[in-house]
Design a binder for this molecule. Structure first.
Ligand code: SIN
Length: 289
């Protein structure tokens, strides 16, 4: 029987406090540094229910962050960004005061150009600016449910092509490295393209989700980019309606854990002159169906 995301859940080892009417909840009562498996099982349920969950006041060594993420599956190593020294599983997400660009400053679902995009990521805040640098999340379940029946039915038969070209070209790598503190490996790599269904179903819940994103989706399968653009533009705008979103204000020690299959996210770049340092660890996902 799939997990029913619409039913309120009775948790025994944690409490949840939704931060918007659509998506996202803060979790209280969990220390990610040494939570036992029965607590992590409830964390997993809360993730399925809310799409993205947040923890405050965590103190995690690299090994503890990695161990917490491993409770949800094997870990991915990012194909393009360079890892933290000595910890290949940790991707530092850093913006120094002099940098002009941050990571994730467009609506996206992580690495959707891969055959098996990630299940989700834990992002841990080590250093945050006094204000700004929030992250916004948008529920793609609500986005799907907000479409007309005709649109749902048409999209249900379609696939879309996802590409890493905004990250992989030599020109784009050089531009990103010039403006950012977190560096990409500048060795040129061939463009990766993958097709996925436009509507994906999460196996644990049976819920359908819109699965196209403006960072990586380039066209519908069987159509040109020009033919695809009007409908893709509509779906992007629809998929980020304020009612489907929540906005998370970081503090030092906060952790966000998002289900990358169920939400898109956007990192706001409004903190010029301030430093922000996060560590990201990513759990392997399945082929979207
Ligand atoms: C990301 O897209 O993984 C970065 C999100 C953030 O830094 O808030």
């Amino acid at each position: 029987m799939p997990f029913d995301v619409q039913q309120p859940q009775a948790y025994q080892h944690l409490t949840t406090r939704p931060i918007s009417g659509g998506v996202g909840a803060e979790i209280e009562g969990v220390d990610l540094a040494d939570a036992p498996p029965h607590v992590m099982a409830e964390v997993h349920q809360a993730l399925l229910q809310h799409g993205v969950i947040f923890f405050r006041d965590q103190e995690l060594r690299p090994e503890e962050l990695i161990a917490a993420a491993k409770c949800f599956g094997p870990l991915n190593i990012h194909p393009i960004y360079l890892p933290l020294d000595g910890y290949p599983e940790i991707m530092p997400v850093v913006k120094e005061p002099t940098a002009t660009m941050n990571i994730g400053n467009s609506w996206h679902s992580d690495v959707s150009f891969m055959e098996k995009p990630s299940l989700g990521s834990l992002l841990y805040a080590l250093d945050v600016p006094p204000y700004g640098a929030d992250t916004i999340f948008a529920s793609q379940r609500l986005a799907y449910e907000g479409l007309s029946d005709e649109m749902k039915s048409m999209l249900g038969g379609m696939r879309a092509v996802h590409s890493d070209r905004i990250l992989s070209s030599a020109e784009s790598k050089a531009k990103r490295n010039a403006g950012r503190s977190t560096k990409l490996d500048e060795t040129p790599t061939p463009e990766v393209q993958t097709t996925h269904p436009v509507i994906r179903t999460i196996p644990e819940t049976g819920q359908r989700h819109l699965y196209v994103n403006e960072a990586f989706t380039i066209r519908f399968d069987g159509m040109t980019e020009a033919e695809s653009k009007p409908l893709l533009d509509f779906l992007y705008e629809h998929g980020h309606k304020p009612e489907f979103t929540c906005r998370f204000q970081w503090r030092k020690g906060s952790v966000a854990f998002w289900d990358n299959r169920a939400v898109q996210h956007y990192a706001i770049n409004d903190y010029q002159g301030f430093r922000r340092e996060m560590w990201r660890v990513t759990v392997e996902g399945e082929r979207p169906e």
